[in-house]
Design a binder for this molecule. Structure first.
Ligand code: PBG
Length: 327
């Protein structure tokens, strides 16, 4: 007897009937870069199709997202001034804090996630308190707690620490609870690898470390079991959602976390992954639309519940059947 797998692949109705995974606009979180100034929507050179927005130009963008069915965003801020302690990251009037307030004024239903980190705000470009060429873990926690609290006060729905300091989830949870923000969820970048895939983002956010690298806090990409340890610590400390970042080269990690833990899992389809697809498509080597779908589905198949992706708008248009390659 021949096993006939092809029986269920005969036509598209049959294939969709037996399809194991689905992809929907509700799975997406769209990253937005916010800058100081007025009436600015400027292309990000390292990330074709992505833009910097001044706060007063955010509403048009959010309107477009909502129209496409995308109701979740993650904000990254580029301050005008950077300093040793990254003080603009936790200023009440920082660019992210004002952006959150502005979005929430007009779009109450839009879920606003904020990235909690220092690298975009520090003059040295490291993700924490940096002295004598070292990032001090416990001193960084104090700063992260301040950032998280300032975001929660501004109205953020989910706080997403991306710094990879030890103990930060528990520390931030405590700060939020003490201040009456016990309902604000934490989505932890639990398994964040030290990765070359962040290149275009660092160009965009001007956050490349001035000296050294991030290997003493971000994970070594040779390791898989360590990811389980990191994720379990974060869950114990109170993370509501755990994240794996980058996505495409790390789907084995997503799969193993999904088997072990029952919290929602997010993946971050990062800037380098975006750039690879974009540039290969531009060179005429691949079909962009098909590549977007295949890579996003691979993340769902591995076990991702949530996908943070610069392709969210493109994917939403593909799903709605109105894709135009106009980026
Ligand atoms: C901030 C942060 C980074 C990214 C998200 N948050 C950069 C880094 O860790 O160097 C990367 C996102 C991307 O590449 O799209 N710490």
């Amino acid at each position: 007897m021949i096993h006939r797998g092809r029986r269920l692949r005969r036509n598209s109705v049959l294939r969709s009937l037996v399809r194991e995974n689905s992809l929907s606009v509700e799975d997406f979180i769209y990253p937005i870069f916010v800058i100081e100034g007025e009436d600015k929507k400027e292309p990000i050179p390292s990330m074709e199709g992505q833009f910097y927005y001044s706060i007063d130009r955010l509403n048009d963008e959010i309107k477009e997202l909502v129209h496409l069915g995308i109701n979740s965003v993650i904000l990254f801020g580029l301050p005008d001034k950077k300093d040793e302690l990254g003080s603009e990251a936790y200023s009440e009037n920082g660019v992210v804090q004002r952006a959150v307030r502005r979005i929430k004024e007009e779009f109450k239903q839009v879920l606003v996630v904020t990235d909690v980190c220092l690298c975009e705000y520090t003059s040295h470009g490291h993700c924490g308190f940096f002295k004598e060429e070292k990032v001090n873990n416990d001193k960084t926690l104090e700063l992260l707690g301040k950032i998280a609290l300032s975001h929660a006060k501004a109205g953020a729905d989910i706080i997403a620490p991306s710094d990879m300091m030890d103990g930060r989830v528990g520390f931030i949870r405590n700060v939020l609870d003490k201040e009456g923000f016990e309902d604000i969820a934490i989505m932890s970048y639990s398994v964040k690898f030290s990765s070359a895939f962040y290149g275009p983002f660092r160009e965009a956010a001007k956050s490349t470390p001035q000296s050294g690298d991030r290997k003493s806090y971000q994970m070594d990409f040779c390791n898989g079991r360590e990811a389980i340890k990191e994720a379990s610590w974060d869950i114990e400390e109170g993370a509501d959602i755990i994240m794996v970042k980058p996505a495409m080269s790390y789907l084995d990690i997503v799969y193993s976390l999904k088997e072990r833990f029952n919290v929602p899992i997010a993946v971050y389809n990062v800037s380098g992954e975006y750039a690879m697809v974009k540039s290969a498509a531009k060179a005429g080597l691949i079909d962009e639309e098909k590549m977007i779908m295949e890579t996003l589905y691979s993340m769902k198949r591995a076990g991702a519940d949530i996908i943070i992706t610069y392709f969210a708008k493109d994917a939403a248009r593909i799903i709605r059947g109105e894709y135009h390659d106009n980026n």
